[in-house]
Ligand binder design. Structure first.
Ligand SMILES: Nc1ncnc2c1ncn2[C@@H]1O[C@H](COP(=O)(O)OP(=O)(O)O)[C@@H](O)[C@H]1O
Ligand SMILES: [Mg+2]
Length: 241
């Protein structure tokens, strides 16, 4: 067991329909750091996230959050403390405010104007957007709202699954700066799935490289400059999708 782990996998296998999706994952995500989780499409990255916040359970092995097995947390509590933001940033119909209020409403809590403005400000959206129809937001604005909506639960860990892959360069850089700020100011542990190696290298301090359901390399981000594994080297050079 590692003291500085926010989330630790202990010999985790995950099977679906008899297929091995994840095999013997025995590794951790360091607390307070940004980990870049990279690997080809189908490697099992999104499945790792679903296991982290309890959307799926391991077939064998354990997953610990703050040194406690995830299945000992109440599911709603676990998902509040381990927030997830996705590429498509799904919104409910209604205003920006309706969407921002959603996580609190699910806990029978109200969103105050002060808190709404605070989180809009944190992610760099104007407070006057609160009354707008969510359909009028650009892709980048939508992604910021999605992040704000996740942060309103004050998660200790933020799981980001390809959140910038459909954004233009300017919006992408904006989101990257925002995530760095959240990591620094709120000390949130960030785990960032990205297929953009440059982004992984620029943003990450720690990394997991996954292939075919396994973690093939992990450690400080610098290992991406000089991978030991030949398959990883080909992936980083862009020779594998
Ligand atoms: N419910 C499921 N049943 C069968 N196979 C699945 C299921 N969920 C995911 N998979 C498979 O597991 C593998 C890993 O998927 P995923 O975690 O989404 O990979 P990544 O996010 O790295 O692209 C893929 O081959 C995918 O087709
Ligand atoms: Mg995925």
């Amino acid at each position: 067991m590692t003291d500085n782990a926010a989330i630790q996998f202990e010999h985790v296998d995950y099977q679906a329909d008899g297929l091995a999706i994840l095999q013997n994952i025995n590794d951790y995500f360091p607390k307070g750091k940004i980990t870049a989780l990279v690997g080809p499409s189908g490697a099992g990255k999104t499945t790792v996230f679903k296991l982290c916040n309890g959307l799926k359970s391991p077939t064998t092995g354990n997953i610990l959050f703050n040194q406690q097995p995830v299945n000992t947390y109440e599911p709603v509590e676990l998902r509040r403390r381990i927030g997830l933001a996705l590429q498509d940033a799904t919104m409910i119909q209604g205003t920006v405010r309706d969407n921002l209020a959603l996580p609190l409403e699910l806990q029978a809590k109200q969103l105050s104007n002060e808190t709404a403005e605070q989180y809009m400000n944190l992610v760099g959206l104007k407070a006057e957007f609160l009354t707008r129809d969510v359909r009028d937001l650009s892709g980048g604005q939508r992604q910021k709202l999605s992040i704000a909506r996740t942060l309103i639960n004050q998660p200790e860990v933020l799981l980001l699954d390809e959140i910038t892959s459909s954004l233009d360069r300017i919006s992408r850089q904006d989101i990257e700066r925002l995530i760095l700020k959240i990591n620094k100011e709120l000390e949130t542990t960030i785990i960032w799935i990205t297929h953009n190696i440059e982004q992984a290298q620029a943003m990450g301090e720690h990394t997991w490289v996954m292939m075919d359901g396994r973690v093939v390399e992990s450690g400080e981000i610098g290992l991406l400059d000089n991978p030991k594994n030949k398959e990883v080297e080909r992936f980083i050079k862009g020779e594998v999708e």
